[in-house]
Ligand binder design. Structure first.
Ligand code: NI
Length: 138
């Protein structure tokens, strides 16, 4: 088999508050605890983007890493770094959980991969929290 994958690592710092408009104040506090604090809090997110593809016999690579870096920086890092995620239009009706964030990052990147295809997006939120999305399993 001549397939392989490459994973690139990126970082951004962002703040958020976990709060669902579909829940009451009491329910929000019960579900999200201190993450529902109205003042919000921040994370140093680590983003892992994995691209899978055929190893090009000429370059020995599965994708153009420099172009990938530019696209991830433009589409994701510049959008979220030093921002409040709750103010992003995409989160106007979604809770800023790691699950929703990792899925949104997938959607921002999946059609823009320079060569090969997006296999997985991973997001480290804290030492003990990691989220992952690989597209809809249809
Ligand atoms: Ni948080």
């Amino acid at each position: 088999m001549d397939h392989a994958s490459v994973t690139r690592r990126y970082q951004f710092a962002a703040s958020h508050r976990l709060h669902s408009p579909l829940l009451s104040e009491e329910e929000n506090w019960r579900v999200f605890g201190k993450c529902n604090n109205p003042n919000g809090h921040g994370h140093n997110y680590v983003l892992l983007v994995t691209v899978e593809g055929t190893i090009d016999p000429q370059t020995g690579r599965v994708t153009d890493v420099e172009t990938l870096d530019r696209i991830v920086t433009e589409a994701v890092v510049d959008r979220f770094d030093h921002r409040d995620l709750n103010h992003d239009p995409e989160f106007s009706s979604r809770v800023t959980t790691g699950e929703n964030l990792v899925r949104m990052i997938w959607d921002l990147l999946v059609k823009r991969i320079p060569a090969g295809q997006l296999e997985k997006v991973g997001l480290v939120e804290t030492r003990d929290n990691y989220f992952e999305y690989s597209g809809d399993l249809v």
